[in-house]
Unconditional design. Structure first.
Length: 250
């Protein structure tokens, strides 16, 4: 896999060079989203931010969190809460890892985007079906208000929602394509490809660049996304962690 290194968003180097004035927005995309285009969702304590728990499970800390940052994170989430972290190298004592998922971050490097006349924009009225579809297919967290993060497109057959994809994190200049899923009875018909290209078309029309995350073990999905024009930017780790009961004091 080739990893572009230029500064333009479409080229996205893996790590800023030593001495760079600011990190790349994709190095800590949840933080960049919540302090940028998704600031209206942000719940704060000190330098720690998170999405409302019915929107997204992500909580974001500074790149090199201090002891105070971890205390603020515990207070923000609440004792015993389950939160999702991305790219965190080490946890303080008492924070229990419930799940650890090695992942990859992929960036647009020549994606052939295209609208799809069968892809319909989903709305709040579709959320019950979206929740049911993601429960069956497990593409990643999808919650009752996740649809508020961006545009979600779906394909229906005989009135039933059978495939969908949409927008999740929005670091400045970028939009993540997420919740790509197809009902088992309708897989291998190219629906995921069509929806990814259609969502990417809307992102490009805003002047932003698509990116994606995937579990490193999901080889089939990664191959599909690379065939569409995505390239590996970096590896990362997604953690589901339990906040300890004794770390919530300021």
């Amino acid at each position: 896999m080739s990893i572009p290194t230029a500064d333009h968003p479409r080229d996205a180097g893996a790590v800023p060079p030593t001495g760079a004035e600011s990190p790349h927005p994709l190095d800590n995309p949840a933080l960049a989203s919540l302090t940028g285009p998704h600031a209206h969702f942000a719940e704060h304590r000190g330098d720690v931010v998170r999405y409302p728990t019915d929107v997204s499970p992500f909580l974001a800390l500074p790149a090199r969190p201090s002891e105070r940052d971890w205390t603020d994170a515990a207070a923000l989430a609440g004792p015993g809460a389950l939160v999702s972290l991305a790219g965190v190298e080490a946890l303080p004592r008492g924070w229990d890892v419930v799940a650890r998922i090695p992942g990859v971050q992929l960036v647009d490097d020549g994606l052939d985007e295209a609208p799809d006349d069968q892809a319909i924009r989903l709305s709040e009225a579709d959320v019950p079906e979206m929740l049911a579809l993601t429960e069956r297919t497990r593409p990643g967290p999808f919650l009752p208000r996740t649809i508020e993060l961006g545009t979600y497109l779906g394909i229906r057959r005989d009135g039933k929602l059978i495939a969908m994809a949409g927008e999740r994190l929005r670091p400045p200049g970028w939009t993540e394509i997420s919740a790509v899923c197809t009902d088992a009875a309708h897989q291998r018909q190219g629906l995921a490809t069509r929806l990814v290209r259609a969502v990417a078309d809307g992102i490009r029309r805003r002047g932003e660049t698509p990116f994606m995350h995937a579990a490193a073990s999901n080889i089939d999905a990664i191959r599909l996304y690379e065939a569409l024009g995505f390239r590996l930017r970096r590896t990362t780790t997604f953690l589901a962690v339990r906040v300890p009961d004794d770390r919530t004091s300021a």
